[in-house]
Design a protein around this ligand. Sequence first.
Ligand code: FDA
Length: 299
Amino acid sequence: MSLLNFLISKSIMHIPGPLVGIFAKSYIAGPELNDAVRVTKELNSQGIMTTIDILGEFIKNLDEAEYYRERCIEILDTIKKEGLDANLSLKPTQMGLNLNKEVAFNNILKIVDHAKQLGNFVRIDMEDVTCTNDTIDFYRSLRGKYQGHVGVVLQAYLRRTPKDVENLSDGPMNFRLCKGIYNEKRVHAYKDPYIINQSFIYILEKMFQKGAYVGIATHDEKLVFEATRLIEKYGLTRDKYEFQMLLGVDEELRRIIVNSGHRLRVYVPFGKDWLPYSRRRLKENPNIARHALRQLFGI
Ligand code: FDA
């Protein structure tokens, strides 16, 4: 970790909100659903799909879970009403996973069922290792009845992920593969960036071999390059995979991917709960702040 990254990571909880807001601004659509709709329309006009996410996770009581469940349903209805090329991403702890597993599952079930009625799709994000087993269980329970309407995220930094792909290959599979953002112990996750990249490519190939639909979520051009080689190797048509990127990150790479004929989806978070989310993200990945500082001060 560079000195700048180290300093950012250590001091992030003490950096004043308005300053965090400067870093966070380009990565979040705004406080309201309307902001996510506006950003989605702009991206759709460039031939880019989105996945909309309402900010909020690790909630404190189940009323909050009910609130987020209803907001997710509102997002799906709005996507339909506005005719957007977008789907929904949600976090299991936003649905109450850290409080009551059964309630969380039923909340997600209700949302996925609603998505199916509207012909849309829900991606279940993957959080830290305390959530991995339950999140995969949820996906396993839903994917049969809701095939084509639900998918899950798997993280390349986790040592267990190739096994998870193997275990899930007895049914329909729709994955987003990303490196993983949480600060996990070495016993669970690779720490070396080189190994994480090797793991990403290994798992992606495994997913393709098993016939999974994959959202290839990365801004790492080395991985984009390797992914396009695998897409070619397995002769995959455009409808068998998509690239995915976060809002505000490397728009040039975004254009390169789209202009090469691939489908691309941008993750569009919105909501009032942006400060804790942004602080966590900056702590977990100080590179975000480094990029924002570079843009601000040209360093
Ligand atoms: P890496 O961090 O190495 O970045 C590669 C390059 O991208 C950098 O060198 C830089 O050029 C550029 N870059 C990266 N971040 C940038 C930034 N903020 N601003 C400007 N340039 C930047 N994680 C998780 O644990 N669970 C999840 O459910 C998800 N969901 C998810 C959805 C989508 C659509 C994406 C793209 C990512 C996630 N992630 C996630 C986050 C993911 O795990 C990972 O932390 C980030 O994508 C960063 O990893 P990269 O593969 O981009 O590589």
